[in-house]
Design a protein around this ligand. Structure first.
Ligand SMILES: CC(=O)SCCNC(=O)CCNC(=O)[C@H](O)C(C)(C)COP(=O)(O)OP(=O)(O)OC[C@H]1O[C@@H](n2cnc3c(N)ncnc32)[C@H](O)[C@@H]1OP(=O)(O)O
Ligand SMILES: CC(C)C(=O)C(=O)O
Length: 522
């Protein structure tokens, strides 16, 4: 039988502990609404005692998102009356409020942090739970630093707080010290004892990623009886972060026979949630991050691309559509082979003879060696160049459709930010200037007015690819056009040039998908 695993999302509490990731009230509510669409069971919305801003944000999440019976809203408190009151007074507006109390159980915490005896700390925990129970029925108790605690003391604490009324026991690997086998064994023993005492109390885990094992430890706990997992979107959180919700959930779906457990998560909302959190918190997702990284479903090497074209399961264990992406991406690079390039040409209706293909492929490799990625609009131009070189007539001049940047100048000031841009479209040269509220707005306005393709810039993201003065700027954008979104990127030492190139890549992609004539055959 498949067990149900509860998902407790702590993106808005532990995730928000990432330096610089603080969200305002509006942003917290928006993320919480998206977490509800993702169908998490519990949202930990913050730490209300820490500031008035966070108290109000938690209260707003409780009111606006906790207003239905399918979700529980909680927030964190130390084992301190004032913190517990702050949690209660903010989460009480939810249909299902819960108070979450944390207190350490390891010798390090008891002796060095609190300078108290084990009995004193245990009593403080019990009193905190008893007090919280006078306010709400649902109370979770977290035994901070559980994985470095003396097992019998950890158990005495859990037993005592369960008797005091805790409805969920959360066992944290606070400093990411645990190892899957060892952590699994600890959870097995705790589960056994807990179920004997009161089988209605849920056993939960909260794992950190200091040794890169947060997901593995969480899944080991699931295998060994844990009922609930605490996670964050994109694995963000204090220091090296927490177990990533998308990894834990997709592992249970993909390896269902191993875990025999499932969550209620609507996996198709994973990418939307990841992008929203990344954009609001200003935290880029590492490109190779499992499930939500840019390259998680992108294949770039010839042998893999060939294998995928023959049978998807050769190199794919999860369909990208399962997490809300359109499809896998075959990125054309200098490591691509003939099968992938032929497939891309065929998709564009560019049917070539074997001899023509070999000629185009040779030129493709030369271009790919010079560029990081070859786009569909580059393929059109490669085919056209081949035909021109071999004095063959073409019905359509493809390069007449696409834009290339020849030059640009951007003036950034607080009075009148402006941009002058020179574009090439086939043989034609177009020049234009525009102003805007900032340099990027001016640049993108100039290009929009020249190309007459009205897009909406949904996201603009710039990062440095390397260190130092010569660092390359990498620009990633998302634009909307006629109800669809297009992602594009570009890299250049000049960040304005990288910004313009990314935008032109998006424009050319829109042209390929929406504006190339059906009859565009060679
Ligand atoms: C593992 C985790 O992620 S736990 C959650 C971490 N999150 C946060 O810390 C939320 C943000 N924190 C804050 O805003 C502040 O630290 C506050 C409001 C919690 C406390 O602020 P202050 O009162 O100024 O105390 P400060 O943070 O300097 O020190 C923590 C105090 O809480 C005590 N404390 C720490 N953990 C606990 C606990 N679980 N239960 C009871 N007391 C605790 C410490 O011993 C210390 O008390 P002391 O002043 O008597 O030595
Ligand atoms: C509050 C607890 C669950 C925590 O964040 C930790 O121990 O890491």
């Amino acid at each position: 039988m498949t067990r149900k695993i509860w998902v407790f999302d702590t993106t808005l509490r532990d995730g928000e502990q990432v330096p610089g990731a603080k969200l305002n009230l509006y942003e917290k509510v928006e993320v919480a609404k998206q977490l509800k669409k993702l169908q998490v069971d519990i949202i930990e919305a913050g730490f209300p005692a820490s500031s008035t801003g966070d108290f109000n944000a938690v209260m707003e999440v409780a009111k606006q998102v906790g207003n239905t019976s399918d979700i529980m809203i909680t927030a964190l408190a130390r084992a301190v009356k004032q913190d517990i009151d702050a949690v209660y007074n903010s989460v009480k507006y939810a249909n299902n409020p819960m108070i979450h109390i944390v207190l350490g159980t390891s010798d390090i915490h008891v002796e060095k942090k609190f300078n108290k005896s084990k009995d004193q700390i245990l009593q403080i925990g019990v009193d905190a739970v008893k007090y919280a129970k006078t306010l709400t029925n649902e109370v979770q108790y977290s035994t901070e630093d559980a994985s470095r605690s003396d097992f019998e003391y950890l158990w005495s604490t859990i037993e005592a707080v369960m008797k005091a009324g805790a409805t969920m026991i959360n066992v944290p690997d606070t400093v990411g010290y645990a190892e899957p086998q060892e952590f699994g064994e600890m959870i097995y023993k705790l589960n056994d004892r807990m179920k004997n005492l009161n089988d209605k109390v849920l056993l939960s885990v909260h794992c950190h990623n200091d040794l890169g094992m947060a997901t593995a430890n969480t899944l080991a706990a699931v295998k060994n009886g844990a009922d609930k997992v605490e996670c964050t979107i994109n694995g963000i959180g204090e220091r090296a972060g927490n177990a990533a919700l998308e990894e834990v959930v997709m592992a249970m779906i993909t390896r269902d026979k191993v875990y025999g457990a499932q969550t209620n998560i609507n996996a198709k909302e994973i990418m939307n949630t990841s992008r929203l959190v990344s954009s609001f918190m200003g935290l880029d997702v590492q490109v190779n991050k499992a499930i939500t990284g840019d390259n998680a479903f992108a294949h770039s090497s010839g042998i893999h691309q060939d294998g995928l074209l023959k049978s998807r399961d050769a190199y794919e264990i999860i369909s990208p559509t399962a997490v809300g992406l359109d499809d896998m991406e075959l990125v054309l690079t200098a490591r691509s082979g003939r099968h992938a390039v032929k497939n891309a040409l065929e998709k564009l209706n560019l049917d070539l003879t074997a001899e023509q293909f070999e000629g185009v492929f040779e030129n493709f490799l030369t271009l790919a060696d010079a560029k990081k990625e070859v786009y569909n609009h580059d393929l059109y131009v490669l085919v056209e160049d081949y035909f021109k070189k071999h004095n063959m007539a073409t019905e359509t001049t493809y390069s007449d459709y696409f834009y290339e940047i020849e030059d640009l100048q951007v003036i950034s000031n607080s009075i009148f930010p402006s941009a002058s841009v020179k574009l090439r479209k086939g043989e034609a040269i177009i020049k234009h200037s525009a102003s805007g509220s900032g340099p990027i707005a001016a640049l993108y306005t100039a290009i929009t007015e020249m190309t007459e393709i009205e897009t909406k810039l949904v996201e603009y993201n710039i990062s440095s690819v390397s260190r130092g003065k010569e660092a390359l700027g990498k620009v990633k954008i998302q634009v909307a056009y006629e109800g669809e979104t297009y992602l594009a990127k570009a890299t250049h030492t000049d960040i304005m040039m990288a910004s313009a190139m990314a935008y032109i890549n998006a424009i050319n992609t829109i042209i390929v998908e929406k504006m190339m004539p059906e009859t565009a055959t060679v």
